[in-house]
Design a protein around this ligand. Structure first.
Ligand code: S3P
Length: 172
């Protein structure tokens, strides 16, 4: 069954956009972070704190594959790091898969992340200056993996509706 995969850096709007898209195309949306939290009965923050990032990356791979193998037609919103570990980027291309990279600039990401960083272990303890530098370097490293998506949609300066329309045009 068909899967639509939305990916991109933390704060690019994956969840908001996926929820809106889900309502319009009447296809259920599953957020991979939420799915992991339900499966292991711990928050992402607790998983990082208790077991460390490597353990989280293993869970992330396992449950990403589980969702890809499910018989349902679904929209999957990945975590910002999902495509960058365990060869997950190779899973962005395949039969019945439409993968879309929601591309945002460093400024867009910073402005969105600065107001809600506590739930994100990778940036929670950084001040503004450290965060901007971190995002710039991290995004550069990760772009290689993000660019394996079949499609790219730029989200800078666009409303959720405009971005969803761009996606609908891709899917048409
Ligand atoms: C991460 C992004 C988070 C979550 C975890 C690690 C990352 O997801 O998976 O905190 O490595 O970029 P969001 O992109 O949904 O915030």
């Amino acid at each position: 069954m068909k899967k639509i995969i939305l990916l991109g850096y933390m704060g690019c709007g994956k969840s908001t956009i996926a929820q809106k898209l889900s309502g319009i195309i009447e296809t259920p949306y599953i957020d991979l972070d939420d799915y992991i939290e339900k499966k292991v009965k711990m928050s992402i923050k607790e998983i990082f704190e208790t077991h460390g990032e490597i353990h989280f990356r293993k869970l992330e791979h396992t449950y990403f594959v589980e969702l890809l193998n499910s018989p349902d037609e679904i929209i999957v919103g990945l975590g910002g790091g999902t495509p960058c570990y365990a060869n997950n980027h190779e899973l962005l291309i395949g039969n019945g898969i439409t993968s879309i990279y929601l591309k945002a600039s460093i400024d867009t990401l910073f402005n969105r992340l600065v107001i809600n960083k506590s739930k994100r272990p990778l940036i929670a303890d950084k001040n503004d200056e450290e965060m901007k530098e971190f995002i710039a370097k991290h995004l550069f490293d990760r772009s290689y993996y993000y660019n394996h998506a079949q499609h790219k949609v730029n989200v800078d300066g666009k409303s959720v509706e405009e971005t969803v329309n761009d996606i609908l045009n891709l899917l048409a």
